[in-house]
Design a protein around this ligand. Structure first.
Ligand code: FAD
Length: 397
């Protein structure tokens, strides 16, 4: 299966549509015939096997959103998010390994990096060097602008000190986009925060042991500790202090679309699993799928996923036309909350078996939970949506 490669014939609106559809069909097969059967090994070893990482690199999955000139396929937002949804049918570890590169990292460097930075870091990311995105810290998560990690200018370098927490891919990352405080005092519009590109092999960087999580085995997170880490000043994103928060926020729009699509894909798989179980399991002498209360759970789930899918297409189209922060947040919130309801119903459809580790329903239930928390919790999405509504209202009254 690994002979599939992402074609690189980009048009102004992303990859050539016909080539893209062919690629998506092939990817769907790769997910069903290669990634899903390999899931038990991922869960057992708590990592994506090296041969699958190599296949995903060879297929160009790390380069999906990189511009062609830096070795990528330059997919449109919609194309990329459709890929995420397909990959999300398999264990989340596969998407996690790829999606920091293709989402947050590439988006921030494309939007905020200088040409030289793009040439160096996007090329590295597209070639499959794994990236991480460091925003969260022990004392700041939702309130991300309160981060404490300091970068202090010293000659031609910045010297970084501080700790990042829960960072996806930290144990396997080669590249980091790290949010740092370049001014000790808070500044208007959060311009005390900058973003800096870091080679993760730089002396002074220590990676903590991978955290034990509720689910998503194989998707690794850990602390990153910076102790007097010297990074060339030319690595400051955009070569200007104070641009980091904007870069982080712009990257979060893309990250939120990606997590929404991941929730949608996982929920679709869960519902398929529930549907099959309902037709096979018998109670009172007939398949439980014949019972209308089971049908209600199937129907509610289907309707919610249909709504999430419609939101996905619309939010992506809007993001292609410009910033669509409200719609990205609304999609992320709705799709991940719907995903939570769907996996819960699927456990219910399985009955006692749904509570047992040997069935997929139990794992999907645990794997889904984080989608309502990272890239901004549901409460933070509510705040983003309401703030934008109030701004729009003030502007028209
Ligand atoms: C598996 C995993 C992977 C992650 N990967 C990354 C990564 O790659 N990079 C990275 O930077 N971070 C990452 N994170 C961190 C993640 O983004 C944060 O955990 C998340 O943003 C929430 O922050 P917090 O944990 O500090 O919670 P808190 O901010 O402490 O929130 C606690 C609770 O308070 C609520 N709350 C907070 N503020 C408000 C408010 N103003 N109004 C109402 N309610 C509020 C929240 O919604 C939540 O319910 C990851 C986390 C996990 C678990």
């Amino acid at each position: 299966m690994s002979e599939i490669t992402v074609p690189t014939q980009a048009t102004a609106a992303g990859m050539d549509p016909e080539l893209f559809e062919t690629f998506l069909d092939q990817l769907r097969r790769y997910v069903r015939e290669r990634l899903i059967p390999a899931e038990p090994g991922v869960i057992e070893a708590n990592c994506v096997p090296a041969e699958i990482m190599a296949e995903m690199k060879d297929m160009g999955l790390f380069a999906m959103t990189t511009p062609e000139e830096f070795g990528g396929a330059d997919m449109s937002v919609t194309q990329y998010i459709r890929v995420v949804r397909e990959m999300a049918w398999a264990a989340p570890a596969y998407r996690a390994a790829v999606s920091i590169n293709t989402g947050m990292f590439t988006t921030a460097v494309r939007k905020g990096g200088t040409r030289e930075q793009q040439a160096e870091w996007l090329t590295r990311s597209a070639s499959g060097e794994v990236a991480c995105f460091g925003l969260t810290e022990p004392d700041s998560g939702s309130d991300s602008a309160a981060l404490k990690t300091r970068a202090v200018r010293d000659g031609d370098d910045y010297v970084i000190n501080g700790t990042k927490r829960y960072i996806t891919n930290a144990p396997i990352a080669d590249l980091g986009l790290i949010m740092v405080r370049t001014n000790a005092e808070p500044l208007p519009k959060n311009t005390h925060i900058s973003a800096i590109l870091v080679d993760m092999k730089t002396p002074g960087i220590t990676i903590g042991s991978p955290d034990h999580k509720m689910g998503q085995r194989g998707a690794l997170i850990a602390d990153i500790i910076f102790e007097d880490v010297r990074v060339p000043a030319r690595n400051l994103l955009g070569q200007e202090e104070g641009k980091g928060f904007l870069a982080a926020m712009q990257a979060l729009d893309s990250g939120r679309l990606s997590v929404g699509a991941a929730g949608l894909g996982l929920a679709e798989r869960a519902l398929e699993t529930g549907l099959r179980y309902a037709t096979e399991r018998k109670a009172f002498g007939e398949p439980i799928a014949n019972f209308q209360l089971i049908q209600a759970m199937l129907a509610d789930s289907k309707a919610e996923l249909y709504a999430a899918e419609c939101m996905m297409w619309d939010a992506c189209a809007r993001a292609e036309r410009g910033r669509a922060t409200l719609e990205c947040s609304a999609f992320k919130m709705f799709a991940t909350e719907a995903c939570g309801r769907v996996v819960d119903r699927v456990v219910q459809i399985y009955g006692g078996a749904g509570y047992l580790a040997e069935y997929d329903a139990e794992r999907l239930f645990r794997d889904a939970r984080i989608y309502r928390i990272y890239e901004g919790t549901t409460q933070i999405q509510q705040l983003v949506i309401a703030k934008q509504m109030l701004r729009d209202f003030a502007a028209r009254t």
